[in-house]
Design a protein around this ligand. Structure first.
Ligand code: NDP
Length: 296
């Protein structure tokens, strides 16, 4: 393997330690405990794992965690009523509605009902617009984590060719905005992109956010490029035993690691950074709500 491994797990640990320090300072200096409310509708097993993990890490950082588990047949009006209640609750600084929501609920309507100042996922249209116009906003956690790793790895990103594969509202588009904000020359690729291999080969920075296991092979990667693999795909792993599975990214790690300059693994790359950034965003929201300087 030629590429340097970007250790998202270790990096996330450092961010969580900084968050815990900032929380301790808010408590001792201002009597404030940042609080994060997570709303889960239904029983999607993957979402339940994420929500448990978020709650655990929130408490470990010294913050308050409020979990709201609602049945899968929850009426939209009831969910909106809960969000209105959380918007008005001064002990809640961040609100996260776990996606995807069951089909009968309108995700856009629900997300846009969150007070933008408490929208720690950064999905409210106000925050999307602020990010797009380069103004202070809440930045979506996964792309923020990717940007932090890229800055840490490369220093200045100015002038680099960045290719983001995937154009979702939660990863691809905000990732592209952040890279543009750091003066990269950004290309957003998607399922209709022609000659994706050639597009990827131009990338000094390649961010894969597709949701297709091992789709991007090593020969699509420019030698020395920095590769951020956002994909989390569960595939069968018969080598581990019957019925067993394992997680892989959107990048074919073994071949990519022979070509790239640096690469994130899956698991242990982007995933841990996402929750760490969620905690950091909640502290930021708490500071803004109280007119205090934001952690840098
Ligand atoms: P979406 O399904 O919303 O978006 C996938 C994107 O990939 C779409 O823009 C789609 O294009 C594009 N795409 C699909 N197939 C191809 C293809 N063959 N060639 C090029 N582009 C393609 O996914 P998300 O953005 O929500 O998530 C992407 C991945 O990241 C998933 O594996 C998800 O699990 C993971 N993820 C990881 C997180 C973390 O914390 N690490 C957080 C969030 C997501 P089009 O728009 O044309 O359909």
């Amino acid at each position: 393997m030629r590429a340097e491994l970007i250790d998202g797990k270790a990096f996330a640990g450092k961010i969580r330690a900084q968050v815990a320090e900032n929380v301790a300072r808010l408590k001792s200096g201002h009597g404030l405990t940042p609080g994060l409310a997570v709303v889960l509708v239904g029983e999607d097993p993957a979402s339940e794992v994420y929500v448990r993990s978020k709650g655990k890490q929130t408490l470990e950082a010294g913050m308050a965690s409020f979990e709201h588990k609602l049945p899968s047949d929850t009426a939209q009006a009831d969910l909106l009523a809960l969000i209105a209640q959380l918007n008005g609750d001064a002990s809640v600084h961040g609100i996260l509605v776990q996606l995807p929501l069951p089909d009968h609920l309108d995700s856009d309507l629900v997300i846009n009902a969150i007070d933008p100042a408490k929208d720690v996922d950064g999905f409210h249209i106000s925050n999307v617009g602020l990010l797009g116009t380069g103004q202070k906003s809440m930045v979506p956690c996964t792309p923020l984590g990717c940007l932090m790793m890229l800055r840490d790895q490369l220093g200045s990103l100015s002038g680099l060719n960045a290719v983001v594969v995937g154009r979702s509202n939660i990863v691809g588009k905000p990732m592209a905005q952040l890279l543009l904000g750091d003066s990269c020359t950004v290309t957003i690729a998607h399922s209709r992109t022609r000659d994706l291999a050639a597009v990827c080969r131009r990338a000094d920075i390649l961010v894969a956010a597709v949701g297709r296991p091992k789709m991007i092979p090593g020969d699509w990667i420019k030698p020395g490029a920095t590769v951020i693999d956002v994909g989390i795909n569960r595939i069968p792993a018969p080598e581990k035993g019957e019925g067993k599975t394992r997680l892989v990214g959107d990048v074919h790690f073994d071949s990519a690691a022979e070509v790239a300059g640096a690469i994130t693994p899956v698991p242990g790359g982007v995933g841990p950074m996402t929750i760490a950034c969620l905690l950091a965003n909640t502290v930021t929201a708490c500071c803004r709500a109280h007119g205090l300087p934001e952690p840098t």
